[in-house]
Design a binder for this molecule. Sequence first.
Ligand SMILES: [Zn+2]
Ligand SMILES: [Zn+2]
Length: 254
Amino acid sequence: MNSWFTVESIDDATFVISEYQHWEQPHAYLVLGEKKAALIDTGLGVGDLSKIVHSLTKLPILVITTHVHWDHIGSHGKFKEIAVHEIEKPFLEDWFPIPKEMVMMGLCGQPCEFPEGFDPDQYQVFHGPITQVLHDGDGINLGGRMLRVIHTPGHSPGHICLYEASKRYIYTGDLIYQGKLDAFYFSTSPQDFAASASRIAALPVTKILPGHNSLNIKPSLIQEIDRAFQELAAKKQLVHGSGIHSFQDFQIHL
Ligand SMILES: [Zn+2]
Ligand SMILES: [Zn+2]
């Protein structure tokens, strides 16, 4: 089997597929319903993610994109059904906003052992048709499981979180994780990021399923990040260029 990926169970119908050998430690989530499965993000596009996914389920797969950064859409091309928020649809279908050289710096900039057969020179950022456009409040019914789309801009304009009310799970993409939260480059908005953190801080959550880094995080991280943004706003530091602000379990780069 391909050791590039680590597969762990969150519960008997929810899996996390992680790429821990890469410095970004991205996570994709496989959420099994009775009729179909959601694959939330597809990682770096380095190993054969589809092989792992098809070994875990025979259900039809809907890929749901938290946002269109290259490290979340790497294996989109291996799947037929792809959903993305309406604002970011053009980035997948028409043009990708950052040059391939920048992607390669992120992908190969720090040493790691890529899996056998991976050739960085052949690497392509995904570009292709979308089959489902998502809006705030949409419900994605997998059969017995419902994922609710929450538009959470800030890290990127069409970033979404997915909330599963029956289990009180929230899949947070790059809005909430332990480590350095990024809202410093041109397509980010510190104010939107703060508003999005505030919005999801109001939801009852027992498990945060983040886009990167440790999975062992407490649900109160959302409230801590919300408070941190409010502190920065009070100090008039909620603006691009104010630097990297450090808190207990995370930093905020503005
Ligand atoms: Zn991102
Ligand atoms: Zn990311």
